[in-house]
Design a protein around this ligand. Structure first.
Ligand code: HXC
Ligand code: NAP
Length: 281
């Protein structure tokens, strides 16, 4: 799909890069020649991923344990990376989420998810952005959102509030920092099987069936599809895309939006035939 050296000059930090979609993006960016840093809370998970993706020193992958909720820890991580050389790209991918009736949530439950998704994204974006602006360097930020950010969703309210905030942050800074060479975009993926997401959000097999039935393509997305879209958006070839949220969900969002989109499942061929206008005699 891409030239093998598409990202050869790029240094990229992926938050939550030890697992799931973050790991898939790390793998794809490495294949395309980038130097990649991954961070997360669990050092053992990060180290295993870095060892595997590093392929015995063939690829440049560095793992840094960092909780993105902690501003001081984020600033220390970014300082440490800049000591090697400035980053070119930040991917805000780290997230926390679970399904629960909203009235049952404690203040700490809200804090926990909003701390990771909204504040973690803000901490990383500000730490990189300030360095890029001060050094007069170009930079690109890609944030991983969710399709419910613009409309909200029952049962994942802390995540929905946070992803909406992340998209507002991206759109705002795309304008404010665009004239100084910093591009901001987001991807809103539909359901893509990862252990982290599906164990928390679709814990029973019948939930998966339900989601598949409501997708026009009747399948989940793949981590490879997400990683390819991310590679395109962070590459220089996408240099005029700024402040955009690209939805990648097989049409699931639109399926839910159209008044008559479910008719295909409700009406039979005989029903359609019966509704044809009768020939006037
Ligand atoms: C209600 C819950 C809860 C649950 C935790 N809490 N899980 N409340 N229902 N299922 C509450 C706890 O009781 C506690 O409040 C507070 O939240 C913090 O919980 P901790 O376990 O101490 O938090 P922590 O160890 O920091 O873990 C954060 C986490 C966890 C978000 C709760 O799930 C996590 O680490 N997630 C990271 C990975 C992840 O979520 N990946 C999925 C992303 S998928 P009290 O008051 O009791 O102390 C995604 C996709 C969206 O975003 C779109 C899909 C289509
Ligand atoms: P995942 O594997 O659980 O990824 C989440 C990552 O975030 C983990 O590596 C986790 O590592 C890290 N993380 C969590 N809290 C952190 C913190 N405080 N500091 C640093 N890192 C932290 O789930 P995923 O499915 O790949 O999700 C990746 C992104 O895609 C998320 O933004 C999610 O909202 C988005 N998304 C996913 C789907 C889907 O269907 N999979 C759909 C829409 C959007 P540690 O636990 O080690 O910290």
């Amino acid at each position: 799909m891409f030239r093998n050296d598409l990202l050869a000059t790029k240094r990229i930090l992926i938050t939550g890069g030890g697992t799931g979609l973050g790991r898939a993006m790390a793998q794809r960016f490495l294949e395309l020649g980038a130097k990649v840093y991954i961070c997360g809370r669990r050092e053992d998970v990060l180290k295993k991923t870095a060892d595997e993706l590093g392929e015995g020193g063939k690829n440049f992958v560095r793992a840094i344990a960092c909780d993105v909720r902690n501003l001081q820890a984020v600033e220390a991580m970014i300082d440490a990376i800049w000591k090697d050389a400035p980053l070119d790209i930040l991917v805000n991918n780290a997230a926390g989420n679970f399904i629960a009736p909203t009235e049952s949530l404690s203040p700490r439950a809200f804090d926990s998810v909003m701390g990771i998704v909204l504040m973690g994204t803000l901490h990383c974006t500000m730490a990189c952005g300030r360095k890029w602006l001060k050094g007069g360097q170009k930079g690109t930020v890609l944030s991983i959102s969710a399709t419910y950010a613009p409309v909200g969703s029952a049962y994942v309210v802390p995540s929905a509030m946070s992803k909406a905030g992340v998209e507002a942050l991206m759109r705002s800074l795309a304008i404010e920092w665009g004239n100084r060479g910093i591009r901001m975009n987001a991807i809103a993926p539909g359901p893509i099987p990862t252990q982290g997401a599906f164990s928390r959000l679709l814990p029973r097999a019948e939930f998966e069936k339900f989601v598949l039935e409501h997708n026009p393509l009747h399948r989940f997305g793949t981590a490879e599809e997400l990683a390819n879209l991310a590679a395109f958006l962070v590459s220089d070839g996408a240099g005029y895309i700024n402040g955009e949220v690209v939805r990648m969900d097989g049409g699931e969002f639109l399926q839910g939006a159209g008044e008559f989109t479910t008719l295909g499942r409700l009406l039979t061929n005989e029903d359609w035939e019966a509704m044809k206008p009768r020939k006037k005699s």
